[in-house]
Ligand binder design. Structure first.
Ligand code: CP
Ligand code: NVA
Length: 301
């Protein structure tokens, strides 16, 4: 049976920590000459722009011995009305896995339903599970553990926040999210995380409440791809949700700052913090490569 990775809850707590640990091994150079994807082709279907996801998958697949085919939806027949189901069935006859970046999560779910090869969600409006794998790898590297680590997420309760909640649930990380009214993360995901995993997830209004004694402070853009309508009004509501040196004073002295990138410097994060001693954002970006490789190894048999 093929296995998909559409959201973090598609893997078990053991599988999740196994992936993070394997990524750390791969980063250290272990099994650098192992090429499990020789002779295999992986499709990358992206409806939205990408720097990290696209390049880390392309490079990771090359390093594992495989080949990538980048599929722009406008350049394949899907853009002219061929159905998602037919596209998924046909592509499954050629490819060993498909990475999708879509507007609505329904597209990636429909694709996975009809594909007979593993489907990986490279970001949808609801989830960004590949990002959360790299986030927790970075937290484990910097803090030496995951269980009990206090993470504060400041800003939009979006795809990145939803996947972070699921990752926290699987690992016992404590997560406080500070979001403006109307921009909270998905309530069903929070309820499920609390119900099944007894996770310590809290949603608060003021950034200071979340950041108090945090080990890690995380933010993402205020306006996600595909949500540009009404962006100016939205930014106004996020004015006090910036990670700056003043806010960081509330956190632990050795706090680690994360951002999935791309960053809008001067909006959700200041230059001073992004380029400062607490920032691990470029390690976090690098870790996308190692976690993508661990994931591909795990899914493609
Ligand atoms: N963090 C992330 O997914 O970046 P890209 O949009 O550049 O892929
Ligand atoms: N929340 C952002 C993440 C970008 C990697 C977006 O969806 O645009």
């Amino acid at each position: 049976m093929k296995k998909d990775f559409l959201k973090i809850f598609d893997v078990s707590p053991n599988e999740f920590t196994g992936l993070v640990k394997r990524a750390i091994e791969l980063k250290s150079g272990k099994d650098a000459s192992k090429c499990p994807l020789i002779g295999k082709s992986i499709g990358l279907f992206f409806e939205k722009p990408s720097t990290r996801t696209r390049v880390s998958f392309e490079v990771g697949i090359y390093q594992l011995g495989g080949q990538t085919i980048y599929l722009n939806p406008k350049e394949i027949q899907l853009g002219r009305g061929e159905t998602i189901a037919d596209t998924a069935k046909v592509l499954s006859r050629y490819l060993s896995a498909i990475v999708l970046r879509t507007y609505t999560h329904a597209t990636v779910a429909e694709f996975a339903k009809h594909a007979t090869v593993p489907v990986i969600n490279g970001l949808s409006d609801m989830h960004h599970p590949c990002q959360a794998l790299a986030d927790l790898m970075t937290i484990l590297e910097k803090r030496g553990r995951l269980e009990g680590v206090r993470v504060a997420f400041i800003g939009d309760g979006n795809n990145v926040a939803n996947s972070l909640i699921e990752a926290a649930a699987l690992t016992g990380m404590e997560l406080a999210l500070a979001c403006p009214e109307g921009f909270e993360p998905n309530a069903e995901i929070i309820d499920y995380a609390r119900g099944k995993y007894k996770s310590n997830i809290t949603v608060v209004r003021r950034p200071e409440e979340a950041v108090g004694m945090a080990d890690v402070v995380y933010t993402d853009v205020w306006v996600s791809m595909g949500q540009e309508d009404g962006a100016d009004k939205k930014k106004e509501k996020f004015r006090n949700y910036q990670i700056n040196s003043n806010l960081l004073k509330q956190a632990k002295k050795d706090v680690v700052v994360l951002h999935c990138l791309p960053a809008y410097r001067g909006s959700e994060i200041t230059d001073e913090v992004m380029d400062g001693p607490h920032s691990a954002v470029f390690d976090q970006a690098e870790n996308r490569l190692h976690t993508e490789k661990a994931l591909l190894e795990f899914l493609i048999k």
